[in-house]
Design a protein around this ligand. Structure first.
Ligand code: ZN
Length: 135
């Protein structure tokens, strides 16, 4: 596991295995998710993999009704919008993810700070989308 490069590809491979993995700087303890090979805080390159809890709170969100082609292919459009959000994880890092389990047509019901838990959306093309559900 340690031999995996700290790249987006490794991050996605771990998502396929339902693991939310970041990189932890052994010099200054900064955590990166998705992982980075070089610490932006201290420029250290001694990173190690760390699995995070997958628990967090909603920090920001957008309801998207004008979807990019990949999402249109999944059936999202103006009548069927989806929510893209930023989740502040318990470990102190923020990650971009899909927010599920909430009606995107009722944004007034979505609360900043609401507790969320991780969910892995497996698609047919061997890719996994990081998502969160209300906890
Ligand atoms: Zn560092």
């Amino acid at each position: 596991m340690e031999e995996q490069p700290f790249s987006d590809i490794s991050f996605e491979n771990y998502l396929n295995e339902e693991k939310l993995m970041g990189s932890r700087c052994s010099r200054c303890d900064a955590l990166y998710l998705p992982p980075r090979p070089i610490c932006t805080a201290c420029r250290g390159s001694q990173m190690s993999w760390e699995e995070v809890s997958g628990k967090g709170k909603l920090a920001a969100f957008t309801c998207i009704s004008i979807a990019p082609p990949s999402m249109i292919a999944e059936g999202y459009n103006r009548q069927n919008p989806y929510i893209s959000g930023v989740v502040a994880l318990q470990e102190g890092v923020r990650v971009d993810a899909r927010i599920e389990g909430i009606d995107p047509r009722k944004p007034e019901e979505i609360r900043i700070g609401m507790p969320l838990k991780v969910k892995f959306l497996h698609r047919g093309d061997h890719r996994t989308t990081l998502a969160f559900d209300p906890a």
